[in-house]
Write a protein that binds this ligand. Structure first.
Ligand code: B3K
Ligand code: ZN
Length: 898
């Protein structure tokens, strides 16, 4: 596969060009002599020709390798290089191929392949990193059995790990030692891993339902062992949950997690040897927040669940990435929900997941990088580890569950793994298995159309309209679906959309029984209506007055719902909807409406943005004894600047920022007494536990403190900032401490400087906490353009490093991607800063650079002068010679977008 055209421009790989491999690799025997400057890799493979493919030369992928020797059946073989590929002609049908290469892990700043982090060797092979370790058929449909021998200096690298089971270990001359690992399962190369270094492990033996014993290990650096309890508990819960919910057992004697502080992403599901960013492993109450605890639980779960959805059954090609990622995100979401003690905590988790989808995936689906859940082409696959593949992919799986029911879905999963165990398959195979296990379901009936969710990009819109017919006592909802054009897809066909609907009585707020036209009886609760045509009508009968419709309950499909709710209807839903998702959604719609009105009015009018009815409703939620603190915190959080911006055709980010800040200030003062009450009522959560109830109380107390400090800003009151500083000093856990610090920093109080200095002094040796310290400052609300100079200063701080992805993200991404009010400056200095950092990072780590490049995806929506300045900045990056494929793809797509 040649990756550049005659002009040296990268060329796209297309899904329709898929062809089975011309050779298979049955076994791989790897021997590593580990040395940071020059690691030697001996790779012995038993290979055979694929008889189903016409005879052709063997082409092995490689990247930045030094090739020393190639032997075929023990004899020197003739080969040639075509670009980075090693090509061998005239091979017999079956043969042994031996390849000897060296590489330089210490210089590997891309963190793909074999690299060194804090004197420890790690690997990252997904998607195409194995070719940076040895020449190989580096594609997921080539599955082989691996035997791995690691050799290294014993004093420097006492722990030597790879996939599977340790079968032998021992001493070697000159202070070296070795370990030999055999993986009992065939796997694609992207699941290979090794780790070598000075590490210690928390261990736990568990017994599965079958009675089989397993050893679980969490490996970290010596000082971090006290931060591994939560990760271990999360792992144990994951093993138990997958067995209980889907009947999927742990299939290995030993399951290892290893943490590294230099990692491009969250974690990696290598078979039996998961490698994790420290951010998703290390936690104790002094250093980690509730959000960290909950992220650790879901990432540990996610990687563990890949052991089946990804490892036992993998992807035929990278276009099928969502086969494993969408399914595994769905599984980790369900896991976290099932661990919740009650319905309210489950709903909170669902709302949080939907919030991610709507603030990150919807913009992606509307921008230049929009792609279907199963993309048709890519230049660099690393760019397609996106919220569309992951989160929208998970919604597609969730809709399947909705269409076949929870039990039916479990049957479908069982059939999928029975049918495809040990294979590399496609998204079609998955959908087929779920449908085949449920032949009577709506999914089976509509399967080809349902699969448009895999092939069509863009977020569908539902325009719903309700008409009450007093004479017939009926209410008809008309729903028209549409989907905007996306790159390469000018028109779309209708989707299959499961729409969960309920009706409330407008005066009492009570839920009404549902009886569809033609039905003889009414039912209580929610109905799932399956839409499949461009326009349809749903008629409910037996209604004495016009009801308030509660549509898209639980966010039953990843769509945008337009319905012309009156404020009164939304207030009814906010106060009464038994569906907690739509109850929250009603509050969001009210807040969004106020924001959009405020933005439209700003040019001429500076009256308060929020009306009394909204403020009163928020007060009622805050004071409602029936609601949980975590849910209240979500309802009282205004829609984000990014989400508000998405609703506008032309975005002036400064206006969005000003209006949202004005809304916050208004909520702070109008509810001052209520915030005081909320803080006093919720701030004591007893001994620390990260469970949803106590973390919800902390979240609400933290929110209250934030508003109290904000109110103090306009009133000049010194009491609450003083109390907040005291809270910061006395806090018994990181959540309370960080919330207090955040309250001071985001209100711009003068006490913030003191607190920040103290925070740094206390946690100077805790890298993950120092990341928080950086990110809080770079993400703080902008006041008169003060954040960019601060960000530049932070980059000069001795603790800053561009090479460490977590640190680079904590400063640069917190500013460019997460702080629109500070980043979009009328003087364009934010964009200039962005282009310089993208270029600088691209030379070090293209994956991280390409992620940062996405910060300007939505440039064509910006108002002037932002729009032209942003375009110019993107063009500046695109014009840079020798740009990586990763960044090249992102910026050229951005420019083509308009
Ligand atoms: N599968 C990995 C992601 C790999 C990213 C490669 N650029 C982690 C995960 O989704 O579980
Ligand atoms: Zn994953």
């Amino acid at each position: 596969m040649l990756l550049r055209d005659a002009q040296g421009q990268p060329i796209a790989i297309r899904r329709e060009d898929y062809a089975a491999p011309a050779y298979w690799i049955d076994t791989v025997d790897l021997t590593f002599d580990l040395d940071p400057a020059k690691t030697r890799v001996l790779n012995r493979m038993q290979m055979r020709r694929n008889p189903e493919v016409p005879m052709q030369p063997l082409r092995l992928d490689g990247d930045e390798l030094n090739l020393a020797r190639v032997l075929v059946n023990g004899q020197g073989a003739s080969f040639r290089m075509e670009g980075e590929q090693l090509v061998i002609d005239g091979l017999p049908d079956a043969f042994e191929l031996e390849i000897f290469t060296t590489c330089c892990p210490i210089k590997n700043t891309k963190l793909m392949g074999l690299f060194v982090s804090e004197d420890t060797f790690f690997t990252q092979c997904e998607a195409e990193g194995f070719r940076r370790i040895t020449y190989f058929l580096d594609r997921p449909d080539v599955m082989a059995s691996y035997t791995v021998t690691l050799r290294a200096a014993k004093a420097a690298y006492p722990v030597l790990l790879s996939n599977g089971n340790l079968v032998e270990q021992g001493e070697l001359p000159e202070g070296r030692h070795f370990a030999k690992w055999v993986d009992p399962f065939k796997k694609p190369s992207y699941l290979f891993a090794l780790v070598a270094g000075k590490l210690v492990a928390r261990e736990q033996r568990i017994k599965a339902r079958s009675g089989k014993e397993h050893l679980l290990q969490v490996y970290v650096r010596a000082g971090d062992l006290d931060k591994t309890e939560h990760a271990m508990n999360s792992l144990i819960n994951s093993v138990l949950w997958d067995e209980a919910r889907f009947g999927l057992p742990l299939d290995l004697d030993r399951f290892m997690i290893v943490a590294t502080s230099d990692f491009n992403m969250g974690a990696m599901e290598n078979k039996g040897l998961n490698i994790f960013n420290t951010k998703y492993v290390l936690a104790n109450q002094a250093t980690a927040t509730d959000a960290d605890y909950s992220n650790i639980e879901s990432v540990v779960g996610h990687e563990y669940f890949h052991n089946w959805s990804g490892d036992r059954v993998t992807c035929r090609d990278w276009f099928q990435l969502s086969l494993k990622e969408g399914l595994t995100v769905f599984r980790d979401q369900e896991f976290s929900q099932d661990l919740c003690a009650d319905a309210s905590a489950r709903a909170v988790k669902r709302i949080e997941d939907v919030r991610v989808l709507r603030t990150a995936q919807f913009p992606e689906d509307a921008g230049p990088m929009a792609h279907p859940v199963r993309p048709d082409s890519y230049i660099e696959i690393s760019n397609f580890y996106t919220v569309t593949i992951y989160e929208k992919g998970a919604e597609v799986v969730r809709m399947m569950q909705t269409l076949v029911g929870r039990k039916g879905f479990e049957k479908g999963i069982t059939l999928y793994f029975e049918r495809h165990d040990g294979q590399a398959v496609t998204c079609d195979d998955f959908a087929q298995a779920i449908a085949d296990a449920n032949p009577e379901s709506e999914l089976a009936r509509l399967l080809p159309q349902f699969k448009r969710w895999y092939s069509q990009a863009g977020t569908p819109r539902l325009a719903a309209h309700g008409v009450y017919d007093a004479q017939n006592r009926s209410y008809t909802l008309s729903v028209v679906q549409s989907c905007p054009p996306t790159p390469g897809q000018p028109t779309k066909e209708p989707f299959v959309i499961p729409l969960n609907v309920g009706l409330l009585d407008a005066s009492s707020g009570r839920e009404l029984p549902l009886q569809l036209e033609g039905e003889s009886e009414a039912t209580q609760g929610t109905r799932t209506v399956v839409l499949s045509r461009a326009g349809e009508q749903i008629t409910f009968t037996g209604l004495d007055a016009e009801p308030v419709p509660s549509i898209l309950r639980g966010f039953s499909a990843p769509v945008i719902l337009d319905f012309e709710y009156t404020d009164a209807q939304l207030l009814t839903l906010l106060a009464n909807d038994p569906d907690p998702f739509n109850r929250w959604e009603a509050g969001q719609r009210l807040g969004l409406r106020a924001a959009l009105n405020g933005i439209a009015a700003l040019a001429t009018d500076a009256t308060p943005v929020l009306n009394d009815a909204y403020i009163d409703a928020m007060r009622s939620v805050l004071r409602n004894p029936q609601l949980d603190a975590a849910f209240k915190e979500l309802v009282l959080t205004l829609p984000s600047e990014t989400y508000i911006a998405e609703q506008l055709d032309v975005v002036d980010p400064q206006r969005v920022h000003l209006v949202r800040e004005a809304m916050r200030a208004q909520l702070a003062t109008a509810l001052f007494a209520d915030w005081q009450w909320a803080y006093e009522e919720h701030h004591d959560t007893g001994a620390y536990s990260p469970d949803p109830t106590s973390s919800g109380r902390r979240a609400l107390a933290g929110m209250a403190l934030n508003f109290l400090c904000l109110a103090a800003r306009s009133s000049g009151d010194a009491v609450w900032p003083g109390k907040t500083l005291q809270r910061f000093k006395d806090a018994g856990n990181m959540t309370d401490r960080f919330n207090a610090l955040n309250a001071l920093v985001s209100s711009g109080h003068t006490l913030a400087a003191q607190a920040l200095a103290r925070f740094h002094a206390i946690f100077k040796d805790e890298a993950l906490v120092i990341d928080k310290w950086f990110s809080l400052q770079a993400g703080a609300p902008d006041r008169g353009g003060d954040i960019l100079p601060l960000v530049k200063q932070l980059m000069k701080h001795p603790d800053f490093s561009l090479k460490n992805p977590n640190r680079a993200r904590s400063v640069i991404f917190s500013f460019c991607s997460a702080n629109p009010g500070a980043f979009h400056r009328p003087d364009a200095a934010g964009y200039v800063f962005w282009s310089e950092r993208v270029i600088e990072l691209d030379a070090i780590n293209p994956q991280v650079a390409a992620r940062l490049a996405r910060a300007l995806d939505r440039w064509s929506k910006l108002a002037e002068p932002y729009r032209s300045a942003a375009r110019e900045a993107i063009a500046r990056v695109a014009a840079k010679p020798d740009l990586s494929k990763d960044t090249h793809e992102v910026v050229t797509r951005a420019l083509a977008g308009n």
